[in-house]
Design a binder for this molecule. Structure first.
Ligand SMILES: Cc1ncc(COP(=O)(O)O)c(C=O)c1O
Length: 382
C-alpha cells in the first residue's frame, strides 16, 4: 500500500544527516530537534502551538484530558473511522456517541450529528477521513450553537487546506479548539516509529496540555494534574524535520496518483471514485486541479456490483496490495456496542463496509504501476 523504502532513498542524505545529529548529541529525549520540528510545524500549519507526543492515539486522549472532559460527558464522532478515535473516549470514561457518515465523502454526516446532540454532549470529534477535511463550516456552526468543543482527528489529513464558505482558508487540524495527528510511518507525514502531535491556538489549553504530556508537571517534580508520559523522541523528530519540507510535494504526488486513478475509472458503472466536496468548487467530482481539501491518505473506491470481496482477492493474487478500510462499523464492534444504537441509524456505514476498497497510494507510484493496477481492476470488473 505504501513504499517507504523508495521514499527514503530519495531523501536519504537529509534524513541520515538529521538522525546523525541526534546520535552525535545523545539527546534522545526532548533534544533540540524536537523543539525545532515543533516550531517548523507551527509555521507550516499557521498555528500558535504544536505539542509533540508519542502517537496519534495519545494525542486524542491528551486533547480530551486538556479540555477537562469528565466521566459521562458525551462525545460525538463518526461510526466509520479507525478505532483509536472512539477508544480514547471510552478509556476516559466519557460516553462515545457514534453517528453515520456521508456516502460521498465518508465524513461525519451533519444531520446525524445534529440529531445526536443531547444536554450531555460536550464535544464533537470530526475525523478528516482518508485525507479529506470534514464539513467544518457546519461543524463550527453547530459547536457554537450548542457550546461544544471541536477536536479534529487529523491523523489522515495533515497538509490539507480547508476553504470556508467565505473563501478564507486554514490548514486541517487548526480549525477546531484543538487538532491531533499521527506520524505513524505510513501517514502522509510519517516518521520511522511512532509519533503524534496536538495543535491549538488557545494559549491556556496549550499550557495545560504541555503539562499533561509530561506527567502533569509544570514545575519539575510538582504534579498539578494527572498526566501521562507521551513524548516524541528526538530520532523521530529528526526524521520529521527532514521530511516536513517535502510534505506539500508529497501531497501533490498523491493527488497526481488520484487523478490517474480517477481518469482510468471514470465512466465505469461498477466503480464510484472518491468525491471531493469543497467550497472552492461546489463538488468538483474528483477530477480537478484544486482539490487541496483532499490529500489522499487513502484512495478508496466503492465497488457497486457486489464483487468487492472477489476483487480484493483477485488483486492480492495479482500482487497488487489493497485493503478494506474499514470492514466493521464501530457501532458493531464488540467493544463499542451500545443498546442505544439502532441499525437504521447507520445505513451509510453499513453499506460502505461492504463496498469500499483502498488501492495503493503513496508518493512513489509511477505510471507503469498505476496502469497495471487500473487495467487489472477494469478487466476484472468488466
Ligand atoms: C483516524 C485516526 N485516528 C487516530 C489514529 C491513531 O494514530 P496512532 O496509530 O499514531 O496512534 C489513526 C491511526 O491510524 C487514525 O487513522
Amino acid at each position: 500500500m505504501v513504499d517507504l523504502q523508495s521514499q527514503y532513498q530519495q531523501i536519504k542524505e537529509t534524513v541520515d544527516t538529521s538522525i546523525q545529529e541526534v546520535l552525535n548529541s545523545s539527546a534522545y529525549i526532548n533534544g533540540p530537534l524536537v523543539k525545532e520540528f515543533q516550531q517548523d510545524l507551527e509555521e507550516y500549519l499557521g498555528v500558535k502551538h504544536v505539542i509533540p507526543c508519542a502517537n496519534g492515539t495519545d494525542a486524542l486522549q491528551i486533547a480530551m484530558m486538556g479540555l477537562g472532559l469528565e466521566q459521562g460527558d458525551e462525545v460525538i464522532t463518526a461510526d466509520f473511522t479507525f478505532a483509536a478515535t472512539v477508544e480514547v473516549i471510552a478509556l476516559l470514561k466519557l460516553t462515545p456517541v457514534l453517528v453515520d457518515v456521508e456516502e460521498d465523502t465518508f465524513n461525519i454526516d451533519i444531520d446525524a450529528l445534529k440529531k445526536a446532540i443531547t444536554p450531555k454532549t460536550k464535544a464533537i470529534v470530526p475525523v478528516h477521513l482518508f485525507g479529506q477535511v470534514a464539513n467544518m463550516d457546519a461543524i463550527l456552526e453547530i459547536a457554537k450553537e450548542y457550546n461544544l468543543f471541536v477536536i479534529e482527528d487529523n491523523a489522515q489529513a495533515i497538509g490539507a487546506d480547508y476553504t470556508f464558505k467565505d473563501g478564507s482558508q486554514k490548514k486541517a487540524g487548526t480549525i477546531g479548539n484543538v487538532g491531533t495527528t499521527s506520524f505513524f510511518p505510513s501517514k502522509n507525514l510519517g516518521c520511522y516509529g511512532d509519533g503524534g502531535a496536538i495543535f491549538t491556538n488557545d494559549d491556556e489549553l496549550a499550557h495545560t496540555i504541555r503539562g499533561i504530556v509530561n506527567h502533569g508537571m509544570y514545575t519539575r517534580y510538582y504534579h498539578d494534574v494527572v498526566g501521562v508520559n507521551s513524548r516524541l523522541d528526538s530520532v523521530q523528530a529528526a526524521v520529521l524535520k527532514a521530511k516536513l519540507p517535502k510534505l506539500d510535494s508529497y501531497c501533490d504526488a498523491r493527488r497526481n496518483a488520484a487523478r490517474f486513478y480517477n481518469k482510468a475509472f471514470a465512466n465505469n458503472s461498477n466503480i464510484i471514485t472518491p468525491t471531493i466536496k469543497s467550497n472552492k468548487t461546489e463538488n468538483c467530482n474528483s477530477i480537478c486541479d484544486v482539490c487541496d481539501c483532499h490529500v489522499y491518505h487513502q484512495y478508496t473506491l466503492q465497488i457497486t456490483n457486489g464483487k468487492r470481496d472477489e476483487l480484493h482477492k483477485h488483486l492480492l493474487a495479482e500482487g497488487i496490495p489493497n485493503a478494506i478500510y474499514y470492514p466493521v462499523a464501530l457501532h458493531s464492534q464488540k467493544a463499542y456496542q451500545d443498546k442505544r444504537y439502532n441499525e437504521e441509524d447507520f445505513p451509510v456505514t453499513n453499506s460502505l463496509i461492504k463496498t469500499v476498497i483502498s488501492l495503493p497510494m503513496h508518493t512513489e507510484l509511477d505510471k507503469e504501476q498505476l496502469t497495471f493496477i487500473t487495467e487489472t481492476i477494469i478487466n476484472f470488473l468488466n
